[in-house]
Design a protein around this ligand. Structure first.
Ligand code: SF4
Ligand code: SF4
Length: 313
Protein backbone atom coordinates (compact mmCIF):
# COMPACT_ATOMS: atom_id res chain seq x y z
CA UNK A 1 0.00 0.00 0.00
CA UNK A 2 1.54 3.35 -0.95
CA UNK A 3 1.07 6.52 1.11
CA UNK A 4 -1.92 7.68 -0.95
CA UNK A 5 -3.67 4.38 -0.43
CA UNK A 6 -2.82 4.47 3.26
CA UNK A 7 -4.43 7.88 3.57
CA UNK A 8 -7.57 6.72 1.77
CA UNK A 9 -7.74 3.64 3.98
CA UNK A 10 -7.57 5.79 7.13
CA UNK A 11 -10.10 8.23 5.74
CA UNK A 12 -12.58 5.47 5.00
CA UNK A 13 -12.38 4.27 8.61
CA UNK A 14 -12.62 7.83 9.94
CA UNK A 15 -15.81 8.45 7.97
CA UNK A 16 -17.20 5.07 9.08
CA UNK A 17 -16.60 6.12 12.68
CA UNK A 18 -18.69 9.24 12.11
CA UNK A 19 -16.11 11.94 11.36
CA UNK A 20 -17.29 14.34 8.67
CA UNK A 21 -13.94 14.90 7.00
CA UNK A 22 -10.26 14.10 7.22
CA UNK A 23 -7.37 16.22 5.96
CA UNK A 24 -3.63 16.05 6.41
CA UNK A 25 -0.88 18.61 7.03
CA UNK A 26 2.84 18.01 7.28
CA UNK A 27 3.98 18.02 10.91
CA UNK A 28 6.25 21.05 10.49
CA UNK A 29 6.63 23.72 13.15
CA UNK A 30 3.88 26.36 12.87
CA UNK A 31 6.34 29.25 12.43
CA UNK A 32 3.94 31.84 11.01
CA UNK A 33 1.15 30.92 13.43
CA UNK A 34 3.60 31.02 16.36
CA UNK A 35 4.31 34.69 15.66
CA UNK A 36 0.59 35.48 15.55
CA UNK A 37 -0.02 33.57 18.76
CA UNK A 38 2.78 35.47 20.54
CA UNK A 39 1.34 38.78 19.43
CA UNK A 40 -2.18 37.74 20.51
CA UNK A 41 -0.94 36.69 23.94
CA UNK A 42 1.06 39.92 24.32
CA UNK A 43 -2.10 41.91 23.67
CA UNK A 44 -3.79 40.04 26.52
CA UNK A 45 -6.62 38.77 24.32
CA UNK A 46 -6.58 35.45 26.18
CA UNK A 47 -7.91 37.16 29.34
CA UNK A 48 -7.42 35.03 32.42
CA UNK A 49 -6.73 31.85 30.42
CA UNK A 50 -3.15 31.85 31.66
CA UNK A 51 -2.71 28.22 30.59
CA UNK A 52 -2.56 29.44 26.99
CA UNK A 53 0.86 30.93 27.70
CA UNK A 54 2.18 27.58 28.89
CA UNK A 55 3.88 24.95 26.73
CA UNK A 56 4.38 27.41 23.89
CA UNK A 57 6.77 25.17 21.93
CA UNK A 58 4.45 22.20 22.32
CA UNK A 59 1.66 24.29 20.85
CA UNK A 60 3.57 25.19 17.73
CA UNK A 61 5.77 22.14 17.19
CA UNK A 62 3.99 18.77 16.89
CA UNK A 63 7.23 16.81 17.29
CA UNK A 64 7.35 18.11 20.88
CA UNK A 65 4.10 16.27 21.54
CA UNK A 66 4.79 13.21 19.41
CA UNK A 67 8.49 12.59 18.80
CA UNK A 68 9.11 11.60 15.17
CA UNK A 69 5.74 13.04 14.04
CA UNK A 70 5.44 13.37 10.25
CA UNK A 71 1.75 14.13 9.74
CA UNK A 72 -1.03 15.95 11.53
CA UNK A 73 -4.38 14.42 10.59
CA UNK A 74 -7.32 16.76 11.16
CA UNK A 75 -10.87 15.53 11.57
CA UNK A 76 -14.11 17.45 11.69
CA UNK A 77 -17.17 16.15 13.52
CA UNK A 78 -20.56 17.69 12.78
CA UNK A 79 -22.73 18.79 15.71
CA UNK A 80 -25.40 20.82 13.92
CA UNK A 81 -28.99 20.33 15.07
CA UNK A 82 -32.21 22.19 14.32
CA UNK A 83 -33.47 21.44 17.84
CA UNK A 84 -33.81 24.51 20.02
CA UNK A 85 -34.69 25.45 23.59
CA UNK A 86 -38.48 25.82 23.55
CA UNK A 87 -38.90 28.92 25.70
CA UNK A 88 -37.54 31.86 23.67
CA UNK A 89 -36.87 33.69 26.95
CA UNK A 90 -34.89 30.88 28.58
CA UNK A 91 -31.19 31.67 29.03
CA UNK A 92 -29.39 30.09 26.09
CA UNK A 93 -26.85 27.29 25.75
CA UNK A 94 -24.57 27.01 22.73
CA UNK A 95 -25.59 24.30 20.29
CA UNK A 96 -22.51 22.15 20.83
CA UNK A 97 -23.39 21.69 24.51
CA UNK A 98 -27.02 20.60 24.15
CA UNK A 99 -26.06 16.89 24.19
CA UNK A 100 -23.37 14.86 25.94
CA UNK A 101 -19.78 16.07 26.25
CA UNK A 102 -18.09 15.82 22.84
CA UNK A 103 -14.65 15.27 24.37
CA UNK A 104 -15.57 11.77 25.56
CA UNK A 105 -17.39 10.86 22.35
CA UNK A 106 -14.61 11.98 20.03
CA UNK A 107 -11.73 10.71 22.16
CA UNK A 108 -13.22 7.24 21.98
CA UNK A 109 -13.49 7.43 18.21
CA UNK A 110 -9.88 8.65 17.90
CA UNK A 111 -8.72 5.72 20.03
CA UNK A 112 -10.70 3.30 17.87
CA UNK A 113 -9.13 4.75 14.75
CA UNK A 114 -5.62 4.53 16.22
CA UNK A 115 -6.29 0.86 17.06
CA UNK A 116 -7.39 0.18 13.46
CA UNK A 117 -4.21 1.81 12.18
CA UNK A 118 -2.04 -0.19 14.57
CA UNK A 119 -3.80 -3.45 13.68
CA UNK A 120 -3.06 -2.77 10.05
CA UNK A 121 0.52 -1.53 10.21
CA UNK A 122 1.79 -2.56 13.62
CA UNK A 123 2.20 -0.27 16.63
CA UNK A 124 2.68 3.30 15.32
CA UNK A 125 3.73 6.34 17.32
CA UNK A 126 0.80 8.69 17.43
CA UNK A 127 -1.64 10.50 19.72
CA UNK A 128 -5.17 11.70 19.30
CA UNK A 129 -6.23 15.09 20.65
CA UNK A 130 -9.54 16.79 21.15
CA UNK A 131 -9.07 19.99 23.13
CA UNK A 132 -7.00 17.85 25.47
CA UNK A 133 -3.51 19.20 24.96
CA UNK A 134 -1.89 22.30 23.57
CA UNK A 135 -2.71 21.64 19.91
CA UNK A 136 -3.63 24.59 17.66
CA UNK A 137 -6.32 22.61 15.91
CA UNK A 138 -7.76 25.50 13.90
CA UNK A 139 -4.36 26.43 12.51
CA UNK A 140 -3.68 22.83 11.55
CA UNK A 141 -7.11 22.52 10.01
CA UNK A 142 -6.48 25.62 7.93
CA UNK A 143 -3.09 24.31 6.78
CA UNK A 144 -4.64 20.97 5.93
CA UNK A 145 -7.39 22.58 3.83
CA UNK A 146 -10.26 21.43 6.07
CA UNK A 147 -11.71 24.92 5.66
CA UNK A 148 -10.61 28.54 5.94
CA UNK A 149 -10.38 30.57 9.11
CA UNK A 150 -13.21 33.09 8.81
CA UNK A 151 -13.42 36.64 10.14
CA UNK A 152 -15.16 35.13 13.19
CA UNK A 153 -11.91 33.10 13.64
CA UNK A 154 -13.77 29.79 13.27
CA UNK A 155 -12.97 27.21 10.66
CA UNK A 156 -15.48 27.31 7.81
CA UNK A 157 -15.98 24.64 5.20
CA UNK A 158 -17.51 25.87 1.92
CA UNK A 159 -20.04 23.02 1.87
CA UNK A 160 -20.50 22.26 5.56
CA UNK A 161 -20.29 25.58 7.39
CA UNK A 162 -18.74 25.81 10.85
CA UNK A 163 -20.85 23.75 13.25
CA UNK A 164 -18.29 21.03 13.82
CA UNK A 165 -15.71 19.98 16.38
CA UNK A 166 -12.06 19.63 15.45
CA UNK A 167 -9.87 16.74 16.50
CA UNK A 168 -6.39 15.65 15.50
CA UNK A 169 -4.15 12.64 15.32
CA UNK A 170 -0.46 13.41 15.27
CA UNK A 171 1.35 10.46 13.80
CA UNK A 172 4.70 9.21 12.60
CA UNK A 173 2.99 7.96 9.41
CA UNK A 174 4.00 9.83 6.30
CA UNK A 175 0.78 10.76 4.53
CA UNK A 176 0.25 13.00 1.48
CA UNK A 177 -0.63 16.51 2.63
CA UNK A 178 -3.72 18.44 1.50
CA UNK A 179 -3.56 22.03 0.27
CA UNK A 180 -5.11 25.02 2.08
CA UNK A 181 -8.28 26.41 0.51
CA UNK A 182 -9.30 29.96 -0.39
CA UNK A 183 -10.90 32.38 2.10
CA UNK A 184 -14.50 32.99 0.98
CA UNK A 185 -15.46 35.66 3.55
CA UNK A 186 -15.08 38.35 0.90
CA UNK A 187 -16.69 41.64 1.90
CA UNK A 188 -19.08 40.01 4.39
CA UNK A 189 -18.83 41.27 7.99
CA UNK A 190 -22.02 39.87 9.48
CA UNK A 191 -20.19 38.16 12.36
CA UNK A 192 -18.35 41.36 13.29
CA UNK A 193 -21.53 43.43 13.23
CA UNK A 194 -23.63 40.97 15.24
CA UNK A 195 -21.16 40.38 18.07
CA UNK A 196 -22.77 42.10 21.07
CA UNK A 197 -19.52 42.54 22.99
CA UNK A 198 -17.32 43.60 20.03
CA UNK A 199 -15.06 40.63 20.68
CA UNK A 200 -14.15 40.31 17.00
CA UNK A 201 -11.77 43.08 15.95
CA UNK A 202 -13.08 45.50 13.31
CA UNK A 203 -10.99 44.01 10.52
CA UNK A 204 -12.01 40.48 11.50
CA UNK A 205 -9.81 37.39 11.82
CA UNK A 206 -8.77 38.25 15.38
CA UNK A 207 -10.77 37.68 18.51
CA UNK A 208 -10.31 39.41 21.82
CA UNK A 209 -11.33 36.27 23.68
CA UNK A 210 -11.50 38.19 26.95
CA UNK A 211 -14.64 39.90 25.59
CA UNK A 212 -16.26 36.85 24.02
CA UNK A 213 -19.42 35.56 25.71
CA UNK A 214 -18.06 32.01 25.48
CA UNK A 215 -15.10 33.05 27.58
CA UNK A 216 -17.17 35.14 29.98
CA UNK A 217 -19.68 32.36 30.62
CA UNK A 218 -17.36 29.32 30.59
CA UNK A 219 -13.71 30.18 31.13
CA UNK A 220 -13.89 33.18 33.43
CA UNK A 221 -13.87 32.04 37.02
CA UNK A 222 -14.51 35.32 38.88
CA UNK A 223 -17.30 37.83 38.36
CA UNK A 224 -18.37 38.89 34.88
CA UNK A 225 -17.35 42.57 34.55
CA UNK A 226 -20.25 45.02 34.73
CA UNK A 227 -19.31 46.50 31.34
CA UNK A 228 -21.00 43.43 29.81
CA UNK A 229 -24.34 44.04 31.48
CA UNK A 230 -27.08 44.12 28.85
CA UNK A 231 -24.70 42.76 26.19
CA UNK A 232 -24.92 39.03 26.79
CA UNK A 233 -27.83 38.39 24.41
CA UNK A 234 -29.21 36.00 27.07
CA UNK A 235 -26.44 33.38 26.68
CA UNK A 236 -25.70 31.42 29.87
CA UNK A 237 -23.24 28.92 28.35
CA UNK A 238 -21.29 29.82 25.22
CA UNK A 239 -22.64 31.82 22.30
CA UNK A 240 -23.54 30.93 18.71
CA UNK A 241 -24.34 34.36 17.30
CA UNK A 242 -21.35 34.65 14.97
CA UNK A 243 -22.15 31.22 13.55
CA UNK A 244 -25.89 31.84 13.29
CA UNK A 245 -25.35 34.81 10.98
CA UNK A 246 -22.62 33.23 8.87
CA UNK A 247 -24.04 32.62 5.37
CA UNK A 248 -21.95 29.47 4.97
CA UNK A 249 -23.96 27.77 7.69
CA UNK A 250 -26.96 27.58 5.39
CA UNK A 251 -25.32 24.36 4.19
CA UNK A 252 -25.26 22.78 7.66
CA UNK A 253 -26.93 19.42 7.92
CA UNK A 254 -28.25 17.59 10.97
CA UNK A 255 -25.60 15.48 12.74
CA UNK A 256 -26.23 11.77 13.22
CA UNK A 257 -24.41 11.05 16.47
CA UNK A 258 -26.98 9.75 19.01
CA UNK A 259 -24.85 10.81 21.99
CA UNK A 260 -24.89 14.42 20.83
CA UNK A 261 -28.69 14.37 20.71
CA UNK A 262 -30.01 17.47 22.50
CA UNK A 263 -31.33 16.66 25.96
CA UNK A 264 -35.12 16.99 26.00
CA UNK A 265 -35.30 18.11 29.67
CA UNK A 266 -32.91 20.87 28.91
CA UNK A 267 -34.81 22.00 25.82
CA UNK A 268 -38.08 22.13 27.76
CA UNK A 269 -36.88 24.17 30.73
CA UNK A 270 -38.39 27.61 30.83
CA UNK A 271 -36.97 30.90 32.09
CA UNK A 272 -38.49 30.61 35.60
CA UNK A 273 -37.19 27.07 36.02
CA UNK A 274 -33.67 28.15 35.08
CA UNK A 275 -33.85 30.97 37.58
CA UNK A 276 -34.64 28.51 40.37
CA UNK A 277 -32.03 25.89 39.33
CA UNK A 278 -30.39 24.24 42.35
CA UNK A 279 -27.28 22.12 42.80
CA UNK A 280 -29.14 18.80 42.75
CA UNK A 281 -30.94 19.55 39.54
CA UNK A 282 -27.76 20.90 37.95
CA UNK A 283 -25.90 17.65 38.72
CA UNK A 284 -28.73 15.55 37.32
CA UNK A 285 -29.31 17.66 34.23
CA UNK A 286 -25.69 18.03 33.22
CA UNK A 287 -24.31 14.62 34.03
CA UNK A 288 -21.84 13.78 31.24
CA UNK A 289 -22.37 17.22 29.67
CA UNK A 290 -19.77 19.86 28.76
CA UNK A 291 -21.82 22.36 30.79
CA UNK A 292 -20.46 20.74 33.97
CA UNK A 293 -17.27 22.67 33.28
CA UNK A 294 -18.74 25.81 34.83
CA UNK A 295 -19.86 23.87 37.91
CA UNK A 296 -23.18 24.82 39.50
CA UNK A 297 -21.67 28.00 40.91
CA UNK A 298 -20.57 29.23 37.49
CA UNK A 299 -23.83 28.56 35.71
CA UNK A 300 -25.80 30.15 38.55
CA UNK A 301 -23.54 33.21 38.35
CA UNK A 302 -24.29 33.46 34.62
CA UNK A 303 -28.04 33.09 35.07
CA UNK A 304 -28.04 35.72 37.81
CA UNK A 305 -25.90 38.07 35.75
CA UNK A 306 -28.39 37.82 32.88
CA UNK A 307 -31.33 38.30 35.15
CA UNK A 308 -29.81 41.31 37.00
CA UNK A 309 -29.04 42.74 33.69
CA UNK A 310 -32.53 42.28 32.32
CA UNK A 311 -31.14 40.08 29.57
CA UNK A 312 -33.75 37.50 30.50
CA UNK A 313 -36.64 39.88 30.95
S1 SF4 B 1 -19.23 33.74 20.15
FE1 SF4 B 1 -20.63 35.49 20.49
S2 SF4 B 1 -19.49 36.89 21.81
FE2 SF4 B 1 -18.00 35.43 20.94
S3 SF4 B 1 -17.25 36.43 19.10
FE3 SF4 B 1 -18.98 35.17 18.45
S4 SF4 B 1 -20.75 36.57 18.55
FE4 SF4 B 1 -19.09 37.52 19.71
S1 SF4 C 1 -20.21 35.88 8.81
FE1 SF4 C 1 -19.28 36.53 6.88
S2 SF4 C 1 -17.34 37.47 7.50
FE2 SF4 C 1 -18.06 36.29 9.23
S3 SF4 C 1 -17.06 34.31 9.03
FE3 SF4 C 1 -19.05 34.13 8.01
S4 SF4 C 1 -18.62 34.65 5.86
FE4 SF4 C 1 -16.87 35.33 7.05
Amino acid sequence: MDNFEKKEWIKKWALDLGFSSMNVAKANRLDREAERLKEWLNLGYHGSMGYMENHFEKRVDPTQLVPGARSVIIFTFNYFTKKKQLDPEAPKIAMYALGKDYHDIIRKKLNQLKEKIDDKWGETTGRGFVDSAPVLERDWAERAGAGWKGKNTLLIHPKKGSYFFLASLITELELPEDQPIKDYCGTCRKCIDICPTSAILEEGYTMDASKCISYLTIEKRDEIPTEFKGKMDNWMFGCDLCQQVCPWNRFSEEHNEPKLEADEHLLKKNKEEWLSLDQEEFSELFQGSAVKRTKFRGLKRNIEFLSDNNDTS
